[in-house]
Design a protein around this ligand. Structure first.
Ligand code: ZN
Length: 78
């Protein structure tokens, strides 16, 4: 039985998973979300344009991980 994870921690783990398997993901050109490579349209903005290059996916995942860390800090301050 483990304690429930904080949202920021979950996002960091998710980003870690994405950087190790970038071929299973793609980056939405509309909103920058990382979605599963099997998705036809973006669940966030319904765009159908994606960047599937591994380099872009990894860069985006690292960016999101940094923002997740920042949001944890921000919620601590509120
Ligand atoms: Zn999108």
């Amino acid at each position: 039985m483990s304690a429930p994870e904080s949202n920021g921690d979950h996002r960091l783990k998710q980003a870690e998973k994405i950087t190790t398997h970038p071929e299973q993901y793609k980056v939405c050109e509309g909103c920058g979300s990382i979605v599963a490579s099997r998705a036809v349209t973006c669940p966030s903005c319904h765009s159908y344009l994606f960047d599937t290059t591994a380099m872009r996916v990894v860069a985006q995942a690292k960016d999101l991980a940094m923002r997740a860390a920042h949001s944890v800090l921000a919620s601590d301050l509120l």
